[in-house]
Write a protein that binds this ligand. Structure first.
Ligand SMILES: C[S@@+](CC[C@H](N)C(=O)[O-])C[C@H]1O[C@@H](n2cnc3c(N)ncnc32)[C@H](O)[C@@H]1O
Length: 293
């Protein structure tokens, strides 16, 4: 687990809601006055744009899948991989997509599980839920529901799901242990998870002023950087809950430019550039697999 987190879990959630709410509203084509996130306790503004986009995933979907869905759903993607491509979904299965955003993965999953199955997308940001419902309507997909909720407290009954997918969201959660416990609770025995996320290979160095500052940066949390678990932390958390067959497949290693496309934060000056780049070079997009026996 990251040793330190900024302020409080509420501060992290508020920053994330603001950032992704703004982004969803823009993508839904609504006229929004982009809210300023400047405040005495927030680091998410400064000179950096309120909704900078990092380039975690070059093209994890491919043309064929892109063509399956309306353009707005495709453009809404903010993930770091393509979890439905590796989840081996079968007709009739029930799927939960944690942090479903604009709904792209939920809609792709809904097509795969077919009319006998169902997909529940869960997101805490109202504007994302609105966008996802619009995208489902445009795609004429009926076997999907988008529910408002926190992935640390899923709005779903025990043992109601065959497969949990998620795309670049668990790193954003302030309490990862709760998320893992919730995935376990909602999965049926024999259920599985395929979770795309950013991980830090080998973890961040413990004696690093830059790494310490990064962990405290709310903007970097919202960018799917500061809250990332190491690969071993992921496996340990899942094993600790009782999951088996856990595997972390590294898909793409990232550069400093992937993580901070608008330039490195000021606190990068705390260490030599080569050191900072080496630390950021530990970040990668991955898919985590596990089974609930
Ligand atoms: C990086 S976006 C990924 C969206 C989507 N999975 C995709 O691949 O396009 C993160 C999403 O997770 C949602 N989110 C972040 N933390 C959450 C939490 N604790 N509970 C529910 N949703 C959360 C945000 O509202 C946002 O829609």
């Amino acid at each position: 687990m990251p040793a330190t987190t900024p302020d409080t879990p509420d501060a992290i959630k508020d920053a994330i809601r603001l950032r992704y709410g703004t982004r969803a509203a823009v993508q839904a084509g609504q006229a929004v006055a982009v809210a300023s996130c400047c405040g005495t306790d927030s680091s998410c503004c400064a000179e950096r744009p309120a909704e900078g986009v990092n380039s975690f995933s070059a093209d994890p979907y491919g043309l064929e899948q892109m063509e399956e869905l309306p353009l707005r759903a495709v453009l809404a993607r903010l993930g770091c991989a393509n979890p439905t491509a590796v989840a081996a979904l079968r007709p009739g299965e029930v799927v939960a997509d944690l942090g479903s955003g604009g709904g792209l993965d939920a809609l792709l999953a809904a097509r795969r599980v077919g009319p006998a199955g169902h997909v529940y997308g869960i997101d805490m940001t109202d504007q994302m839920l609105t966008l996802a419902w619009q995208n489902a309507a445009d795609a004429d997909i009926g076997n999907v529901s988008f529910l408002k909720g926190d992935i640390e407290n899923l709005p779903m009954p025990d043992r109601s799901v065959d497969v949990v997918v998620s795309n670049c969201v668990i790193n954003l959660a302030s309490d990862k242990r709760k998320v893992v416990a919730e995935m376990w609770r909602v999965l049926r025995h024999g259920g599985r998870l395929a979770v795309a996320d950013v991980v830090v290979r080998g973890g961040l160095p413990t004696a690093s002023a830059f790494a310490d500052a990064l962990r405290q940066d709310l903007y970097a949390w919202g960018s799917c950087v500061a809250g990332a678990l190491s690969d071993t932390e992921y496996v340990d958390l899942l094993h600790g809950q009782g999951f088996t067959d856990t595997r972390v497949d590294i898909l793409r290693e990232h550069s400093a430019g992937d993580l901070f496309p608008n330039g490195l934060p000021d606190y990068a000056q705390l260490e030599a550039q080569a050191t900072v780049e080496a630390i950021l070079g530990r970040f990668a997009s991955a898919v985590v697999h596990a089974l609930k026996p």
